[in-house]
Design a protein around this ligand. Structure first.
Ligand SMILES: NC(=O)c1ccc[n+]([C@@H]2O[C@H](COP(=O)([O-])OP(=O)(O)OC[C@H]3O[C@@H](n4cnc5c(N)ncnc54)[C@H](OP(=O)(O)O)[C@@H]3O)[C@@H](O)[C@H]2O)c1
Length: 306
């Protein structure tokens, strides 16, 4: 069996060694133009040339949960595109989102600023019942995040394409459910895949529907959010703030207004990192299952885009 590996910006050796260790007998190499045909490719942001040249692939494994970088390419017919399912990401995502929710609700950002001036002052406690958290996307990550937040007794809502049932979460679905979901949400968390249907979904119109004092946490993709609409609603006072981990252009350019906006917290696409050992183990397990002719999870529906 031949496996090609391709990524930019990550040292390939530990990945190659990891796959060799999990799949002894497999030939595992870093992809170079003109490489001999392989059975599987494990990639992050591959060039179109890799897909065009490799005509014997059975599957392409994406080293992340979101496949928008791959669905933009011309994907060969009959080749499965497989994404990571959790692989240690959902607990990181729950940690990140809970932290952002707590920081806003308990006003830890205000306490931090005041501590810098040795100011000892209590703030009036906020009412948890008034800080409903709405999670857009109730998949592998969104459902875990929604349940983690619900454990702290915030009212939690969820929104997905098809109807879902997540214990402890009031679920809405489809276009018809979006209006009610937004109107009842104060802290909006985006955990949708980026598709033609979800691009720009957080815009002036949808964000205006959030309950007053709305807060936005975007941990999905930068193109879900219309940057200037967020800034306008923060400046008008309709929204209270935002924690943003993902951006249309990454790294976020130094001149981008998000960096300096007093109501925006920026993190460098770090909410849920791809963990090497967990990812290698999951992909190796799926390759072995495919070799045995068994079905695997995480196969992307290219028509749907996720
Ligand atoms: N910032 C980071 O570090 C980071 C890390 C990992 C992932 N991510 C992002 O997180 C996203 C979600 O990952 P996941 O593993 O949870 O994906 P997933 O399991 O595929 O779940 C996607 C969810 O979004 C819903 N959805 C899709 N299209 C929709 C639409 N048009 N309207 C309403 N709901 C829609 C799906 O609805 P159904 O349930 O009906 O299918 C599903 O509930 C990824 O695509 C990626 O962009 C970010």
């Amino acid at each position: 069996m031949r496996i090609l590996f391709f990524t930019e910006g990550t040292r390939p050796e530990p990945w190659l060694d990891g796959f060799r260790c999990e799949l002894p007998g497999a030939q595992v190499e870093f992809w170079q133009p003109g490489a001999a045909p392989a059975d599987y490719a494990v990639v992050w942001h591959p060039p179109q040339q890799l897909l065009d040249e490799q005509r014997e692939l059975k599957a392409v494994f994406n080293m992340g949960a979101g496949v928008d970088a791959l669905t933009k390419l011309k994907f060969p017919d009959g080749v499965a595109l497989v994404r990571l399912e959790d692989a240690g990401m959902s607990v990181q995502m729950a940690e990140f989102v809970c932290h952002a929710v707590f920081r806003h609700f308990r006003e830890f950002d205000v306490y931090e600023r005041e501590a810098a001036h040795a100011k000892w002052a209590f703030r009036r406690p906020n009412r948890r019942s008034e800080f409903t958290v709405g999670v857009m996307g109730l998949g592998v990550l969104g459902a875990t995040v929604a349940q983690a937040v619900a454990r702290f007794d915030y009212p939690v809502l969820g929104w997905s394409r098809s109807p879902r049932d997540v214990p402890g979460v009031r679920c809405y679905s489809g276009e018809a459910g979006l209006r009610d979901f937004l109107a009842a949400t104060r802290i909006l968390v985006c955990l949708l895949p980026l598709t033609s249907q979800t691009e720009n979904i957080m815009n002036r119109e949808t964000l205006s529907r959030l309950a007053p004092g709305g807060y936005v946490i975007n941990v999905a993709r930068g193109a879900h959010l219309v940057d200037e609409d967020l800034i306008a609603l923060l400046d008008s006072g309709h929204l209270a703030g935002a924690t943003l981990d993902v951006f249309r252009t990454e790294p976020l350019p130094p001149e981008h207004p998000f960096w300096r906006h007093p109501k925006i917290t920026v993190t460098p696409h770090t909410s849920a990192r791809t963990l090497r050992d967990e990812s290698i183990a999951q992909i190796a397990r799926k390759i072995l299952a495919m070799e045995r002719g068994e079905p695997i999870g995480g196969v992307v529906d290219l028509e749907r885009g996720y």
